[in-house]
Design a protein around this ligand. Structure first.
Ligand SMILES: Cc1cc2nc3c(=O)[nH]c(=O)nc-3n(C[C@H](O)[C@H](O)[C@H](O)COP(=O)(O)OP(=O)(O)OC[C@H]3O[C@@H](n4cnc5c(N)ncnc54)[C@H](O)[C@@H]3O)c2cc1C
Length: 300
Protein backbone atom coordinates (compact mmCIF):
# COMPACT_ATOMS: atom_id res chain seq x y z
CA UNK A 1 0.00 0.00 0.00
CA UNK A 2 1.24 3.50 -0.90
CA UNK A 3 2.24 5.78 1.94
CA UNK A 4 1.38 9.45 1.55
CA UNK A 5 3.70 11.94 3.21
CA UNK A 6 2.73 15.34 4.60
CA UNK A 7 4.48 18.06 6.55
CA UNK A 8 1.51 18.44 8.88
CA UNK A 9 -1.50 16.25 9.57
CA UNK A 10 -4.38 17.88 11.41
CA UNK A 11 -6.79 15.52 13.14
CA UNK A 12 -10.17 17.23 13.45
CA UNK A 13 -11.45 19.47 10.65
CA UNK A 14 -13.88 21.66 12.55
CA UNK A 15 -13.24 25.28 13.60
CA UNK A 16 -9.82 24.83 15.28
CA UNK A 17 -8.53 22.38 12.67
CA UNK A 18 -9.70 24.37 9.64
CA UNK A 19 -8.31 27.57 11.08
CA UNK A 20 -4.87 25.95 11.54
CA UNK A 21 -5.08 24.56 8.00
CA UNK A 22 -5.73 28.07 6.71
CA UNK A 23 -2.58 29.45 8.36
CA UNK A 24 -0.53 26.48 7.16
CA UNK A 25 -1.96 26.57 3.62
CA UNK A 26 -1.04 30.23 3.40
CA UNK A 27 2.45 29.24 4.59
CA UNK A 28 2.57 26.85 1.58
CA UNK A 29 2.82 23.78 3.81
CA UNK A 30 1.75 20.33 2.61
CA UNK A 31 -1.15 19.67 4.97
CA UNK A 32 -3.79 16.97 5.37
CA UNK A 33 -6.91 17.54 7.48
CA UNK A 34 -8.64 14.33 8.61
CA UNK A 35 -12.13 14.63 10.07
CA UNK A 36 -15.09 12.34 10.67
CA UNK A 37 -17.68 15.13 10.90
CA UNK A 38 -18.84 15.00 14.52
CA UNK A 39 -18.31 18.53 15.97
CA UNK A 40 -19.69 18.95 19.49
CA UNK A 41 -22.17 21.69 18.50
CA UNK A 42 -23.87 19.74 15.70
CA UNK A 43 -27.17 19.55 17.65
CA UNK A 44 -27.61 23.30 17.97
CA UNK A 45 -29.78 25.05 15.35
CA UNK A 46 -27.97 28.40 15.55
CA UNK A 47 -24.45 29.36 16.59
CA UNK A 48 -23.99 32.75 18.23
CA UNK A 49 -21.28 35.13 19.38
CA UNK A 50 -18.78 34.61 16.54
CA UNK A 51 -18.26 37.90 14.76
CA UNK A 52 -19.55 38.00 11.14
CA UNK A 53 -21.37 34.64 11.56
CA UNK A 54 -23.81 35.34 14.42
CA UNK A 55 -26.93 33.16 14.14
CA UNK A 56 -25.70 30.90 11.32
CA UNK A 57 -25.97 27.15 11.62
CA UNK A 58 -22.79 25.44 12.90
CA UNK A 59 -22.58 23.47 9.65
CA UNK A 60 -22.75 26.62 7.50
CA UNK A 61 -19.88 28.23 9.40
CA UNK A 62 -17.77 25.07 8.95
CA UNK A 63 -18.71 24.77 5.25
CA UNK A 64 -17.68 28.36 4.52
CA UNK A 65 -14.44 27.73 6.42
CA UNK A 66 -13.72 24.52 4.52
CA UNK A 67 -14.45 26.13 1.15
CA UNK A 68 -12.00 28.94 1.89
CA UNK A 69 -9.29 26.59 3.20
CA UNK A 70 -9.57 24.25 0.20
CA UNK A 71 -8.65 27.09 -2.15
CA UNK A 72 -5.04 26.56 -1.05
CA UNK A 73 -3.57 23.82 -3.28
CA UNK A 74 -1.19 22.39 -0.65
CA UNK A 75 -4.10 21.54 1.67
CA UNK A 76 -6.03 18.26 1.36
CA UNK A 77 -9.08 17.03 3.29
CA UNK A 78 -10.00 13.43 4.12
CA UNK A 79 -13.27 12.12 5.57
CA UNK A 80 -12.06 9.45 7.97
CA UNK A 81 -11.50 8.50 11.60
CA UNK A 82 -7.89 8.39 12.78
CA UNK A 83 -7.47 5.10 14.60
CA UNK A 84 -3.80 5.08 15.60
CA UNK A 85 -0.65 7.17 15.51
CA UNK A 86 2.89 5.93 16.16
CA UNK A 87 6.01 8.02 16.51
CA UNK A 88 9.02 6.62 14.66
CA UNK A 89 12.22 8.65 14.85
CA UNK A 90 11.40 12.11 13.45
CA UNK A 91 8.02 11.27 11.92
CA UNK A 92 4.53 10.17 12.83
CA UNK A 93 2.78 7.22 11.15
CA UNK A 94 -0.98 7.71 11.01
CA UNK A 95 -3.58 4.98 10.40
CA UNK A 96 -7.20 5.66 9.51
CA UNK A 97 -10.50 3.79 9.52
CA UNK A 98 -10.24 3.39 5.73
CA UNK A 99 -6.76 1.85 6.00
CA UNK A 100 -4.73 4.77 4.68
CA UNK A 101 -1.02 4.86 5.49
CA UNK A 102 0.13 8.40 6.11
CA UNK A 103 3.15 10.13 7.58
CA UNK A 104 3.73 13.64 8.93
CA UNK A 105 6.50 15.64 10.58
CA UNK A 106 4.02 17.41 12.86
CA UNK A 107 0.62 16.47 14.23
CA UNK A 108 -2.11 18.83 15.41
CA UNK A 109 -4.95 17.45 17.50
CA UNK A 110 -8.02 19.65 16.94
CA UNK A 111 -10.24 16.81 18.05
CA UNK A 112 -12.56 18.57 20.54
CA UNK A 113 -14.39 16.90 23.41
CA UNK A 114 -17.46 14.69 23.87
CA UNK A 115 -20.14 15.84 26.32
CA UNK A 116 -21.47 13.00 28.44
CA UNK A 117 -25.27 13.10 28.65
CA UNK A 118 -26.95 12.56 32.04
CA UNK A 119 -29.18 9.51 32.50
CA UNK A 120 -32.41 11.51 32.13
CA UNK A 121 -34.91 10.45 29.47
CA UNK A 122 -34.97 12.81 26.45
CA UNK A 123 -32.25 15.11 27.80
CA UNK A 124 -30.16 14.39 24.70
CA UNK A 125 -33.09 15.36 22.42
CA UNK A 126 -33.00 18.86 23.97
CA UNK A 127 -29.19 19.22 24.06
CA UNK A 128 -28.04 22.30 22.12
CA UNK A 129 -31.64 23.43 21.54
CA UNK A 130 -33.16 24.21 24.94
CA UNK A 131 -30.66 22.34 27.15
CA UNK A 132 -27.67 24.60 26.75
CA UNK A 133 -24.12 24.98 28.02
CA UNK A 134 -23.25 28.67 27.74
CA UNK A 135 -25.15 31.94 28.26
CA UNK A 136 -22.93 33.85 25.82
CA UNK A 137 -23.83 31.36 23.08
CA UNK A 138 -27.57 30.93 23.77
CA UNK A 139 -28.60 33.03 26.80
CA UNK A 140 -29.86 35.99 24.78
CA UNK A 141 -32.46 33.80 23.03
CA UNK A 142 -33.85 32.76 26.45
CA UNK A 143 -33.47 36.10 28.24
CA UNK A 144 -36.13 36.75 30.91
CA UNK A 145 -37.58 33.25 30.45
CA UNK A 146 -38.21 30.49 32.92
CA UNK A 147 -34.82 28.85 33.16
CA UNK A 148 -33.24 25.97 35.07
CA UNK A 149 -29.69 25.08 35.95
CA UNK A 150 -28.83 21.39 36.24
CA UNK A 151 -25.83 21.44 38.53
CA UNK A 152 -24.75 21.17 42.15
CA UNK A 153 -22.30 22.49 44.76
CA UNK A 154 -19.92 25.43 44.27
CA UNK A 155 -20.22 25.28 40.47
CA UNK A 156 -24.01 25.68 40.67
CA UNK A 157 -23.60 28.55 43.14
CA UNK A 158 -21.10 30.45 40.93
CA UNK A 159 -22.79 29.70 37.60
CA UNK A 160 -26.29 30.63 38.80
CA UNK A 161 -25.09 34.13 39.68
CA UNK A 162 -23.76 34.56 36.15
CA UNK A 163 -27.02 33.27 34.66
CA UNK A 164 -29.01 35.71 36.76
CA UNK A 165 -27.68 38.38 34.36
CA UNK A 166 -29.94 36.87 31.67
CA UNK A 167 -33.00 35.90 33.69
CA UNK A 168 -34.52 36.52 37.08
CA UNK A 169 -36.64 33.35 36.77
CA UNK A 170 -33.92 30.87 37.64
CA UNK A 171 -34.16 27.56 39.57
CA UNK A 172 -31.31 25.19 40.39
CA UNK A 173 -31.99 21.46 39.98
CA UNK A 174 -29.47 19.32 41.85
CA UNK A 175 -31.11 16.05 40.73
CA UNK A 176 -30.52 14.52 44.19
CA UNK A 177 -29.25 15.88 47.52
CA UNK A 178 -27.91 19.45 47.26
CA UNK A 179 -24.26 20.11 48.14
CA UNK A 180 -24.81 23.87 47.99
CA UNK A 181 -24.03 25.23 51.49
CA UNK A 182 -26.72 26.83 53.65
CA UNK A 183 -24.91 30.21 53.41
CA UNK A 184 -24.79 29.96 49.63
CA UNK A 185 -28.48 28.96 49.51
CA UNK A 186 -29.36 32.05 51.61
CA UNK A 187 -27.40 34.30 49.21
CA UNK A 188 -29.19 32.74 46.24
CA UNK A 189 -32.61 33.13 47.88
CA UNK A 190 -31.97 36.89 48.09
CA UNK A 191 -31.95 36.80 44.26
CA UNK A 192 -35.03 34.56 44.14
CA UNK A 193 -32.95 31.61 42.99
CA UNK A 194 -34.26 28.46 44.67
CA UNK A 195 -33.01 24.88 44.76
CA UNK A 196 -34.98 21.73 43.90
CA UNK A 197 -33.36 18.45 44.95
CA UNK A 198 -35.88 16.00 43.47
CA UNK A 199 -34.63 13.30 41.12
CA UNK A 200 -35.41 14.17 37.48
CA UNK A 201 -36.72 11.31 35.33
CA UNK A 202 -37.68 12.91 32.03
CA UNK A 203 -37.58 16.03 29.85
CA UNK A 204 -40.94 16.61 28.18
CA UNK A 205 -40.33 18.54 24.95
CA UNK A 206 -41.49 19.46 21.45
CA UNK A 207 -38.74 18.94 18.85
CA UNK A 208 -36.03 19.62 21.46
CA UNK A 209 -37.79 22.62 23.01
CA UNK A 210 -38.37 21.70 26.64
CA UNK A 211 -41.90 22.11 28.01
CA UNK A 212 -41.41 20.68 31.48
CA UNK A 213 -39.37 18.35 33.61
CA UNK A 214 -40.82 15.30 35.30
CA UNK A 215 -39.58 14.10 38.72
CA UNK A 216 -39.49 10.63 40.25
CA UNK A 217 -42.45 11.54 42.53
CA UNK A 218 -44.57 12.20 39.41
CA UNK A 219 -44.66 15.99 39.78
CA UNK A 220 -43.58 18.32 36.96
CA UNK A 221 -41.96 21.75 36.60
CA UNK A 222 -42.56 24.00 33.58
CA UNK A 223 -39.41 25.43 31.92
CA UNK A 224 -38.33 27.23 28.72
CA UNK A 225 -34.63 26.36 28.92
CA UNK A 226 -32.11 24.63 31.15
CA UNK A 227 -28.36 25.09 31.44
CA UNK A 228 -26.27 22.02 32.19
CA UNK A 229 -22.68 21.68 33.28
CA UNK A 230 -21.90 18.27 31.82
CA UNK A 231 -18.89 16.07 32.36
CA UNK A 232 -16.85 15.41 29.22
CA UNK A 233 -14.16 13.20 27.80
CA UNK A 234 -11.55 13.78 25.11
CA UNK A 235 -13.06 12.97 21.68
CA UNK A 236 -9.82 11.22 20.77
CA UNK A 237 -7.80 9.18 23.24
CA UNK A 238 -4.77 9.07 20.91
CA UNK A 239 -2.99 12.13 22.43
CA UNK A 240 -2.94 10.41 25.83
CA UNK A 241 -1.77 7.12 24.28
CA UNK A 242 1.10 9.01 22.65
CA UNK A 243 2.09 10.31 26.10
CA UNK A 244 0.71 13.87 25.86
CA UNK A 245 0.16 15.23 29.33
CA UNK A 246 -3.50 15.71 30.26
CA UNK A 247 -4.25 18.05 33.18
CA UNK A 248 -6.54 17.36 36.15
CA UNK A 249 -9.50 19.00 34.43
CA UNK A 250 -9.09 16.54 31.53
CA UNK A 251 -7.60 18.93 28.95
CA UNK A 252 -4.46 18.34 26.87
CA UNK A 253 -1.69 20.36 28.50
CA UNK A 254 -0.21 22.90 26.07
CA UNK A 255 2.25 25.77 26.26
CA UNK A 256 1.44 29.28 25.07
CA UNK A 257 2.25 28.23 21.47
CA UNK A 258 -0.15 25.22 21.45
CA UNK A 259 2.69 22.69 21.84
CA UNK A 260 1.84 19.57 23.85
CA UNK A 261 4.33 17.90 26.19
CA UNK A 262 5.48 15.60 23.33
CA UNK A 263 7.74 17.23 20.71
CA UNK A 264 6.06 17.51 17.30
CA UNK A 265 2.52 17.22 18.71
CA UNK A 266 0.27 20.26 19.08
CA UNK A 267 -3.31 20.72 20.25
CA UNK A 268 -5.92 23.46 19.77
CA UNK A 269 -9.58 24.10 20.51
CA UNK A 270 -11.97 22.52 23.00
CA UNK A 271 -9.59 19.65 23.80
CA UNK A 272 -7.31 22.14 25.59
CA UNK A 273 -9.62 24.59 27.37
CA UNK A 274 -12.91 25.14 29.18
CA UNK A 275 -13.35 28.42 27.24
CA UNK A 276 -15.52 26.71 24.65
CA UNK A 277 -16.49 28.90 21.74
CA UNK A 278 -16.11 28.95 17.99
CA UNK A 279 -14.11 32.18 18.25
CA UNK A 280 -11.68 30.68 20.80
CA UNK A 281 -11.24 27.52 18.68
CA UNK A 282 -10.54 29.60 15.57
CA UNK A 283 -8.03 31.77 17.46
CA UNK A 284 -6.23 28.71 18.89
CA UNK A 285 -6.10 27.07 15.45
CA UNK A 286 -4.58 30.19 13.91
CA UNK A 287 -1.91 30.25 16.60
CA UNK A 288 -1.19 26.53 16.24
CA UNK A 289 -0.77 26.90 12.48
CA UNK A 290 1.67 29.78 12.88
CA UNK A 291 3.80 28.03 15.50
CA UNK A 292 3.87 24.70 13.68
CA UNK A 293 5.20 26.61 10.66
CA UNK A 294 7.69 28.41 12.93
CA UNK A 295 8.92 25.08 14.36
CA UNK A 296 9.23 23.52 10.88
CA UNK A 297 11.43 26.46 9.85
CA UNK A 298 13.59 26.40 12.97
CA UNK A 299 13.88 22.60 12.96
CA UNK A 300 12.29 22.24 16.43
C1 LIG B 1 -24.52 22.17 22.14
C2 LIG B 1 -23.42 23.20 21.91
C3 LIG B 1 -23.73 24.46 21.40
C4 LIG B 1 -22.72 25.40 21.21
N1 LIG B 1 -23.06 26.65 20.74
C5 LIG B 1 -22.08 27.55 20.52
C6 LIG B 1 -22.40 28.86 20.03
O1 LIG B 1 -23.56 29.21 19.81
N2 LIG B 1 -21.37 29.74 19.84
C7 LIG B 1 -20.07 29.40 20.09
O2 LIG B 1 -19.18 30.23 19.86
N3 LIG B 1 -19.74 28.17 20.55
C8 LIG B 1 -20.70 27.25 20.78
N4 LIG B 1 -20.39 26.02 21.26
C9 LIG B 1 -18.97 25.70 21.49
C10 LIG B 1 -18.28 25.35 20.15
O3 LIG B 1 -19.12 24.52 19.41
C11 LIG B 1 -16.94 24.69 20.40
O4 LIG B 1 -16.14 25.53 21.22
C12 LIG B 1 -16.23 24.41 19.06
O5 LIG B 1 -17.00 23.53 18.26
C13 LIG B 1 -14.84 23.81 19.30
O6 LIG B 1 -14.23 23.58 18.07
P1 LIG B 1 -13.13 22.44 17.92
O7 LIG B 1 -12.66 22.53 16.51
O8 LIG B 1 -12.14 22.52 19.01
O9 LIG B 1 -13.92 21.04 18.18
P2 LIG B 1 -15.20 20.43 17.49
O10 LIG B 1 -16.00 21.49 16.81
O11 LIG B 1 -15.90 19.61 18.50
O12 LIG B 1 -14.60 19.50 16.33
C14 LIG B 1 -13.75 18.42 16.58
C15 LIG B 1 -13.70 17.60 15.28
O13 LIG B 1 -12.69 16.58 15.40
C16 LIG B 1 -13.21 15.39 14.84
N5 LIG B 1 -12.46 14.26 15.40
C17 LIG B 1 -12.26 13.96 16.72
N6 LIG B 1 -11.49 12.87 16.83
C18 LIG B 1 -11.19 12.46 15.57
C19 LIG B 1 -10.44 11.38 15.01
N7 LIG B 1 -9.82 10.47 15.79
N8 LIG B 1 -10.38 11.25 13.66
C20 LIG B 1 -10.99 12.15 12.84
N9 LIG B 1 -11.71 13.20 13.32
C21 LIG B 1 -11.81 13.35 14.66
C22 LIG B 1 -14.68 15.41 15.24
O14 LIG B 1 -15.44 14.56 14.44
C23 LIG B 1 -15.02 16.89 15.00
O15 LIG B 1 -15.43 17.13 13.69
C24 LIG B 1 -21.37 25.07 21.48
C25 LIG B 1 -21.06 23.81 22.00
C26 LIG B 1 -22.06 22.88 22.22
C27 LIG B 1 -21.70 21.53 22.79
Amino acid sequence: MNTKNFEVIIIGGSYAGLSAALSLGRAIRKVLVIDNGKPCNRHTPHSHNFLTQDGRTPATIAEIGKEQVMQYPTVQFMDAWVTEIKKEKEQFIISTSDHQNLTAKKILFATGVKDLMPAIESFDDCWGISAIHCPYCHGYEYKGQKTGLLSNGDIAFEFSQLLHNWTDQLTIFTNGPSTITATQADQLALKNIFIIEKKITKFQHLKGYIQSMKFSDGSTFQLDAIYAKLPFEQHSLIPEKLGCEVNVQGYIQIDEFQRSSIPGIYAAGDNTTSMRSVASAVAAGTKAGAFINHDLISGN
